[in-house]
Design a protein around this ligand. Structure first.
Ligand code: SF4
Length: 436
C-alpha cells in the first residue's frame, strides 16, 4: 500500500529588515546577560519603561530588568494567556493590568524568561513613578515576593501642563538624598557624576537619530510604520540600551536604513514584505495588542494603511518636541525626562500632542486602540477622540483590545471597525473633492 503524505503548508516566514534583526540580537544578548547574572555576580534592578534611569543605573554597574518588556515578550510568544489565568487563580481580578498578571503568573510558574532560562531575582526595585498608579501596586507585589530593597522616585504629575523649577528641584533632591545613596549602598560603587555625564552624552546621539527616524514618516510614502514598526525601533532606547555605544550604533544603522528607503521612495517593511501602495495615513493612540500582533498589523497593511505617528512610541520618552538628556545638567535632565513621559502628561497635553501629529504628519485621521486593562492610557480616551476630531476636522475611530490577554482580541470586530473607518476616510475625501 502506498501512503501519500500531503505535506502541511509551512508557516509563512516573517520578513524583517536588517535593523529589526539587529534589534532582536541586542535584546537576545541582554536576556542572556540577565539570566546569567547569578553566575556572573552582576546585580540586577527592576524598573519600568517610562522614567527608567538607565544612564544613572549603569554608573553603579547594575543590570536592567523591565517587567513590562517581559510581559510583552510573553505576549508575543503566546505564553501570556496561561500566565494571566494563573494570576487570576491566585486572586488577581479580571480588571488588573494584564502586564501585571502576566508577570505574576510567570513568577508563579518558575519565572522563565523569553530565552527559556530563569530570570534572576532583583537586588533592588527602582520605581520612577510616572503617572500610572499600577506601577506602584505592581512593585508592592514584587517587594512582597522578593523581599528586596525598594526605591521610589516620585515624579509630580503635569496636571497644569508644564514643568516648573520646583518640580525639578523636588526630584533632584530625591535623587541626591535617597536614590543615589541607596544605589551606592546596594552596589558598593561610589557615584561618579562624570560617568553619568558620559552616559548621557551617548543618550543624546541615539535620541537624535531616533527622532530623525520617527520624523521620516512625514514623507509620502512613509518609509516606516510608526506604531507596529515603531515597537522595534523604541526597544533599545526605552529598555536596557539608552546611554550605551550599542544604542548609538543601532540608531545610526536604523537611520541609514530609513534614509535609504526614503531615497528609493519605498514604504515600510511589513512581516509579509514591502507594503503596497500607501492609501491611508493614521495617527494611533494607545498601546498595541501583543498576543495577535502580526494579525493586527496585517489588518492595516492589507488595506494600505500606515501609522505615521503614535503616542505609544513615546511611552519611554517624548523626544520629538526637543527634549534631550543634558550632560551639563545631569540630574536635572533625568528629572525632566521623567516629568515629560507620556504617562505623566495630562489629558489636554495628550490632546495637543495628537492634534499636532495629525497636522505635522498630514494624517487622514486618529485611531484609538483602547486597552481594556490599561487605565493609564484608556481613561479619557473618548474625550481625547472628540476633542482631536473637533480641532482637526479629521475623522477618528475607536477600537478595543488588550495588551497580552488573548481573550480580549476579537479579530472580526476590529477588522469590521477598521474597514468602516477606512470607508469613512474615503467619504471625507470624496466630500472634500466635491467641495473643491
Ligand atoms: S501604563 Fe497601562 S500597561 Fe503600563 S503599567 Fe500602567 S496600566 Fe499597565
Amino acid at each position: 500500500m502506498t501512503v501519500i503524505v500531503t505535506p502541511k503548508a509551512a508557516p509563512k516566514a516573517v520578513i524583517k529588515d536588517a535593523s529589526m534583526l539587529k534589534q532582536k540580537e541586542m535584546m537576545a544578548a541582554h536576556y542572556e546577560r540577565l539570566t546569567s547574572a547569578p553566575e556572573t555576580g552582576e546585580k540586577v534592578f527592576s524598573t519600568f519603561v517610562p522614567g527608567n534611569l538607565n544612564e544613572l543605573i549603569m554608573c553603579f554597574g547594575l543590570l536592567n530588568n523591565l517587567p513590562e518588556v517581559n510581559a510583552i515578550q510573553s505576549g508575543l510568544r503566546r505564553q501570556s494567556g496561561a500566565y494571566v489565568l494563573e494570576a487570576e487563580k491566585i486572586g488577581h481580578s479580571e480588571d488588573v493590568c494584564t502586564y501585571v498578571k502576566s508577570d505574576v503568573g510567570m513568577m508563579a510558574k518558575g519565572n522563565i524568561g523569553p530565552n527559556g532560562k530563569k530570570l534572576p531575582n532583583p537586588d533592588v526595585l527602582l520605581l520612577s513613578y510616572t503617572g500610572c498608579f499600577t506601577f506602584m501596586k505592581w512593585f508592592e507585589l514584587l517587594r512582597e515576593q522578593y523581599k528586596c530593597e525598594t526605591i521610589m522616585l516620585h515624579t509630580p504629575y503635569l496636571g497644569d501642563g508644564k514643568i516648573t523649577p520646583n518640580m525639578i528641584d523636588y526630584m533632584v533632591k530625591q535623587l541626591k538624598d535617597e536614590v543615589i545613596p541607596t544605589l551606592e549602598r546596594i552596589s558598593g560603587v561610589k557615584f561618579d557624576i562624570d560617568r553619568l555625564r558620559e552616559n548621557l552624552k551617548k543618550s543624546v546621539k541615539a535620541e537624535d537619530d531616533l527622532v530623525h527616524v520617527l520624523r521620516s514618516a512625514r514623507n509620502r510614502p512613509s518609509p516606516i510604520d510608526a506604531y507596529f514598526g515603531g515597537i522595534y525601533y523604541i526597544g533599545p532606547i526605552f529598555g536596557a540600551f539608552r546611554g550605551t555605544d550599542d544604542a548609538i550604533d543601532y540608531y545610526r544603522f536604523l537611520r541609514d536604513e530609513v534614509d535609504d528607503r526614503v531615497a528609493k521612495g519605498q514604504g515600510p517593511v511589513t512581516p509579509d514584505g514591502d507594503m503596497g501602495k500607501e492609501k491611508y495615513r493614521l495617527v494611533v493612540e494607545g498601546p498595541p495588542n501583543y498576543t495577535n500582533f502580526r494579525q493586527f498589523w496585517k489588518m492595516f497593511y492589507d488595506e494600505g494603511a500606515v501609522v505615521v505617528a503614535s503616542s505609544y512610541s513615546k511611552v519611554g520618552g517624548v523626544y520629538d518636541f526637543g527634549f534631550r538628556h543634558d550632560p551639563d545638567k545631569p540630574l536635572e535632565s533625568l528629572a525632566e525626562y521623567c516629568l515629560g513621559c507620556y504617562t505623566n502628561r495630562s489629558l489636554p497635553m495628550r490632546i495637543d500632542l495628537l492634534a499636532n501629529y495629525l497636522e505635522d504628519y498630514q494624517a487622514d485621521g486618529l485611531l484609538i486602540n483602547s486597552i481594556k486593562s490599561c487605565n493609564s492610557f484608556s481613561a479619557g480616551q473618548l474625550l481625547i477622540m472628540r476633542e482631536v476630531e473637533k480641532r482637526s476636522g479629521k475623522p477618528a475611530a475607536f477600537i478595543e483590545s488588550d495588551l497580552v490577554d488573548p481573550r480580549y482580541f476579537s479579530a472580526a470586530n476590529i477588522k469590521n471597525r477598521l474597514e468602516s473607518y477606512f470607508q469613512m476616510i474615503e467619504q471625507k475625501r470624496a466630500g472634500a473633492r466635491a467641495a473643491a
